[in-house]
Design a protein around this ligand. Structure first.
Ligand SMILES: O=P(O)(O)OC[C@H]1O[C@H](OP(=O)(O)OP(=O)(O)O)[C@H](O)[C@@H]1O
Ligand SMILES: NC(=O)CC[C@H](N)C(=O)O
Ligand SMILES: [Mg+2]
Length: 511
């Protein structure tokens, strides 16, 4: 997943974007980037590999001039490479000069890239789907723009055409040089996007962000979610326009945001992530009562951080003590979104360390939000045993992850997923636990829906194998599995390869 941010302010926007990206860091640790825009259309970009705090130095911040801008933190998705060339935002010089940042994954990326090359005569230089998305938008805008005049209708018509051409998941922020900020969300609302405002004596400022937590911490008031299929255009002067640009919008947000990705203090599509996780704990407790009536458990221990809310509620519901048995090294980031299995494995031990007294001679129930590759659970169970636990049970607040995620989360091969071809007994054996308990899918959906008064449908493909965009079949999954690990795209007669043209940190004055 990635984090995106866009601001139209009355004063310089560089610090706001930096602060906002820091708050969205949990959505991507691979690369970060900011582009700011001056009223005359001059764009300033700085992006690089690594965490926000490492990418931006004072000198970089000083060069980010302008009251309008966008930012991105990246977590590469299936098929894309972990490289500086794919750090966002992306820039295209025509029409007007556009920069774009994207959260999600396009499922017809290969086709789009081919169309771009053969029909639209546009060159895509990386294997990033986001670069293709930018070029589709640019092409559609160019076709409609009349000279240097750009009105909201033209922008909204271009977004409408983007919805027709592009499949998959996308929440987008873009700046059109000299005009303003554009934001839009795919017709299923798979990826989140919110808009907030801040009133100043000079007028209203607007911020669009992946999560409401970015608005909260920067001091913007939440206005609403951007609707599925909707586009927002905020001019440099702060005039807000919005329009539904999809013929068939429906709200089916990705349920994995609520399980793992989003921060618990965010509210997305009207759903408190924290409340959804508490509900997951309740529902899991119900199941545990059913399947394990005589509970031989002394203590419930969460795997920090994400499982805490569910584990707490599970313990309350079962009338068992809840204890913090693992201490997390606060200087290590999220393990799951790290690229590379070796790094992930090493990181679990560096990140979490048991408190012996909570384990010695006890039967412990470890709770995590999800088990994906099993990297965390395998290490943790072993650590619990080394710390003297008698029995180690493991509970997951989400159902088994059995299918690749094609909408922006890096779970691309069935082979990598511990639940592929294994039942709960096999998985318990595999991770070394005495037993494993999983939430049922219906209960997960219910848990999140219960925290909402409007959302009834979710994108659940990694648990159910049902892909909401309707364009995913066995052949597609086989293809992304085969492509796994290759940083080079194989299409276009081998002509357009991912040329890693950027060396070091990319910094540009885009004039
Ligand atoms: O089965 P796996 O492939 O190991 O993936 C699942 C684990 O990864 C995530 O933790 P992560 O360390 O990324 O972040 P957190 O601190 O927010 O829990 C998630 O919360 C699980 O603990
Ligand atoms: N996780 C994401 O949202 C990534 C966005 C885009 N597909 C990329 O790989 O950069
Ligand atoms: Mg975790």
């Amino acid at each position: 997943m990635c984090g995106i941010l866009g601001v139209v302010a009355k004063t310089p926007v560089n610090q706001l974007l930096y602060d906002g990206l820091l708050v969205l860091q949990h959505r991507g640790q691979d690369a970060a980037g900011i582009v700011t825009a001056e009223p005359n259309g001059v764009l300033h970009m700085h992006k690089g590999s690594g965490l926000v705090r490492d990418v931006f130095r004072t000198r970089n911040m000083r060069s980010l001039i302008g009251n309008v801008g966008i930012g991105h933190v990246r977590y590469p998705t299936a098929g894309s490479a972990s490289s500086l060339a794919e750090a966002q935002p992306f820039y295209v010089n025509s029409p007007f000069g556009i920069v774009l940042a994207h959260n999600g994954n396009l499922t017809n990326h290969k086709q789009l890239k081919e169309d771009m090359y053969r029909t639209d005569l546009r060159h895509i230089n990386t294997s990033s789907d986001s670069e293709a998305l930018l070029n589709v938008f640019a092409h559609e805008l160019q076709r409609r723009a009349k000279g240097f005049e750009l009105n909201p209708d033209t922008i909204f018509d271009a977004v409408r055409e983007v919805h027709r051409r592009v499949r998959g998941a996308y929440a987008v922020v873009a700046v059109i040089a000299g005009y303003g900020l554009v934001a839009f969300r795919d017709a299923n609302g798979i990826r989140p996007l919110v808009i907030g405002q801040h009133d100043t004596p000079q007028g209203t400022e607007y911020m669009v962000a992946s999560e409401s937590v970015a608005l909260d911490t920067i001091g913007f008031k939440m206005l609403r979610d951007v609707a599925p299929g909707e586009a927002i255009y905020i001019t440099n002067e702060g005039e807000l326009h919005s329009r539904q640009c999809s013929d068939a919008p429906r709200l089916a947000p990705c349920i994995f945001e609520f399980v793992y990705f989003a921060r618990p203090d965010s509210v997305m599509d009207g759903i408190s992530v924290y409340q959804a996780r508490l509900n997951m704990g309740d529902n899991l407790a119900e199941k545990m009562r059913r399947v394990m009536p005589a509970m031989d458990i002394d203590v419930v221990i969460p795997i920090p951080d994400t499982s805490r809310a569910s584990a707490l509620q599970l313990a309350n519901h079962l009338g068992l003590p809840y204890r913090e048995g693992f201490i997390k090294n606060r200087y290590i980031g999220r393990t799951f979104i790290m690229p590379g299995q070796a790094g992930r494995k090493k990181s679990v031990r560096q990140k979490l360390n048991p408190i012996g007294v909570e384990f010695k001679g006890k039967n412990v129930l470890l709770v995590d939000d999800s088990i994906v590759r099993g990297t965390t659970s395998k290490e943790i169970v072993q650590m619990a045993r080394e710390a003297g636990a008698q029995k180690v049970f493991f509970a997951s607040a989400a159902p088994p992850v059995k299918y690749p995620h094609v909408y922006g989360i890096d779970m691309p091969t069935r082979e990598e997923l511990i639940a592929t071809g294994r039942d709960e007994f096999d998985i318990a054996r595999e991770i070394g636990a005495d037993a494993v308990f999983y939430q049922d899918l219906d209960s997960l959906v219910q848990a999140v829906a219960d925290a909402s008064d409007k959302v009834t449908q979710f994108e659940t493909s990694c648990f159910s194998g049902h892909y909401i965009t309707g364009d995913i079949d066995e052949a597609y999954l086989d293809e992304i599995e085969n492509r796994r690990g290759s940083p080079l795209s194989k299409d276009l007669d081998g002509r357009s390869r991912a040329l890693d043209l950027n060396v070091g940190v990319a910094e540009q004055n885009l004039i």
